[in-house]
Structure formats: C-alpha cells, structure tokens
Design a protein around this ligand. Sequence first.
Ligand code: SF4
Length: 497
Amino acid sequence: MSHSDTQAAETFYSHPFDDDKLREECGVFGVVGTSDAANFVALGLHALQHRGQEAGGIVAHAPGVGFNSARRFGYVRDNFTKASLMETLPGPLAIGHVRYSTAGSKGNTAIRDVQPFFGEFSMGGAAIAHNGNITNADALRKELIERGSIFQSSSDSECIIHLMARSLQQSIPERMKDALRRCEGAFSVVAMTRTKLIGVRDPLGVRPLVLGKIGDNAWVLSSETCGLDIIGAEFVREIKAGEMVVITEADGVTSYFPFEQKAARFCIFEHVYFSRPDSIIGGQSVYETRRQIGVELARETPVEADLVCPVPDSGTPAAIGYSQESGIPYAMGIIRNQYMGRTFIEPTEQIRNMGVRLKLNVNRALIKGKRVILVDDSVVRGTTSRKIKEMILDAGAAEVHFRIASPPTAWPCFYGVDTPEREKLLAATMSEDEMRGHLGVDSLKFISLDGLYRAVGVAEGRTPGGKRYCDACFSGEYPVAPSDMLDKGFELKTAAE
Ligand code: SF4
C-alpha cells in the first residue's frame, strides 16, 4: 500500500471552551461502485465532522493500482479537498474515518492512531475504520502481544486487525467475524477489501450505522443519514444490531448475523446530543425528537418565566419544544460565534480565561430584567453552565432557570464517548439541589429518564420489558460489562445507589 500519510506526531489542543461536553469519538463512512469513491468519502466525512474533529483518514483501492491511504490531523475540509491529495486515492472503493481520540493516545494523538487501519493477509489486504470502544481491548492486546503481535498504534481498534491475522478462516469477511466475536463493547465497523465494502454493528447496536445507495450499483455506509444526504445518496435502511453486510458492485448487499442475537440497546444520547439534528434515527428525525424532549421537559419541570433561551446550538430544538409546550416566548438570548473553528489553537492563558465568552455572547437588550429559562442538552462538569449563568446575570437577567434535556450524567461512558472520570461528573457527587447551589441558579431541573424514553418514542417510558436503549451514563446500568475498567478498579452501581 502506498501512503501519503503525514508521519510526524502533532499535538492538537482541544477547545478550551468545549471541554464540558460528552464527545462522540468517531464517524465512519464507506462507498463502493463509483468511479471516484474517495471524493464521496471525503464529502461524507465532512458531513460527519461533528463526530470527530481531531483527525481523519481515507483508504481507497483501484484495480491495477492497489490500496492507497491518506491520514491527516485537522478538519476534513482543510485536507481532503486538495486535488493533489485526492488524486492519490483513486478507485471505486474507499472507506474513511473522522476521529476524536478517547481510547488511544488521548489529547496527544499520533498519526499512527488515525484510522482506517490496514492489514495485509494471505488472501489480500483489508482496511478497517471503527466507531465505538472495545471494552475488553486491554485484555485482548495483552493476549495478542504475548502471542507475538506487534502493535503499531495505541488504538483499541487495531486489535481487530491482529485478531483477523490470527484467524484460520479463508476469507476476509469470515476472519472479521471471528475477530469481532472476541470483541466486547460497542462497534460500528466499516471495512474494505479489494472488492468488498463491509459494515458491521455490535450485537447490541450501540453506535449507529446506515446503508445508502447511489444510482443502481453504488452503495454507501455512513454513521448517520446526514452523510448520505450530502452526496445525494438514497437512505436504504439501518444496519441491524449484530448484522454484517458484505457489499460488492456486482452482487449488491449480502447480510449475515455472526453474533448471538440480543435485544438492541442503541445509545440514547445519540438522540439527545451526538447525532446531527438533520439525521434520521430509527425512522425519527433527530430534530423532532429533541423538540419532543423539550415538550416533555416543559411538562415535567414548569416554572414561571419571561423567555425560553437555548444554549446554542445543541439546546435549540429542546428550547423550541419547551417554549411551544409552556407558551413562554422563545428567544435567542445567547448568540454563538459560528467562526471559532480552531482560531486559537494554542490559546494563551489570557485567552483561556475568557473561556466561554469567546464562543457565546449574551443578547443584552433581550435579557435585561427578564426571568430567563436556559435550555441545554446536558450538564457534565458544570463549568460551562456556571460561566453562562454569570454572563446572563451580568447582562441584567432577573432570574436564571436551567432546564436540561437529558437526565443527570452521573456515570462515564465506555462505549466510544469521551467522558471525564466519574468523580469529575457533577451529578456523580452532588444531588440536584446541591448542583443548583453550585451553579448558583434560581432553579435547575433535568428531564427524567422516563420522560426521555417517551420523547424518543417509547410511550410507556423506561420499563424493564419495553424497548430499551443504552442509558448507562444516566442509570449506571451497563449493558456490556466494561471488563477492562473493572480490572482497573472501576466500581459498578451498587444496590444502594
Ligand atoms: S453510556 Fe451514555 S453515551 Fe455511552 S453509549 Fe450508553 S447512552 Fe450512549
């Protein structure tokens, strides 16, 4: 395989103002059957950029040319738009990945950790891009190293390649099945051989993956439907929990179910925050679900006020729903600077101290003397919420009421989302009233887990026998035991909690 990879390790600084959100770790995308698949992949990754801004990579294959790859730090638009780079990625088959590091070298990514990963097997090469987190990766890595595997990266996803190398199966899809049966946790995988595009979701379907089509013979796999829209692909269906699809230009889609069948447990936080509002999940518009969360929130947590304002941008649909249900006028009380990008890539101390003011500003004329309801998607550490409250009070608000479109985030996610350690989650150490005092607001209320389930379409709420999601970061009930973390001393919820 020829590489046009930048091999030097670089440090990218996370936004000093965005460290108070849970962050999706990755987005994956793949295309087979178009003459310039890598260009489609670049556009798809651009649409999935919200799922990872630190780095991106594309692998393409062309008959007679072979595999080529490019991996870069930074935004897709700054790298994979250059003709000089895209010309190095010819062919009708390509996959790609955007990354925000969690597993792997956190905050100090080396280019070797940027996916897709590539492996050369006796039956040909294969590249893999992975969204999620393999919860037994430490144990697998130890076992593989003891048996002679030489790892190139610190990423959990590389275990899949090494497990495939050790499989005795005769085809790459069969080796991949073997490998993934050893993996626990959450994975949506997009992979490719010389002729096949492959998509897999873990047995619980924790992370999303959808199938699309362009014309008669070209197929697309994407983390979200917004990745299909940008290239004019038609949405076909979601890849099912525990399903593997093997796609070729000639034969179309063949479906397998290589894992023991289980009830799906899709990540409920995709509805709340991670996915783009213009994506469709489970037949539902993400925007509409978030608006409905606001409706439920207004029913559960009414308060007298003059204005409902979103914390932009992620709080906006829920604030609209809250306003519609409560009858309290909606207003843009906080304005977001859309052009922050990575302007301050190495912020000075003085700029760091400006914090959230660099990104958000209060619409003073609107706020002065008003009782304001602020709707945000979540409270993680609480640092940003405190600063926003200060800004609103500085602008002369009479009262500040926080309404949060998710239940208290009291547990870390081990399934491919960057979460602080449990002690740093505000809701892990404080009651709701203590959090209200800590944030210094007149009131603070969260949607209940039942209310969230109703908003995502489970009319009966969160019943044990009903349709279930993963909600571990709220409930502490992990659908897959995080075995590596348990080995490191992480304690699961006790009966008393
Ligand atoms: S723990 Fe939370 S963020 Fe992680 S997969 Fe489950 S619901 Fe999603």
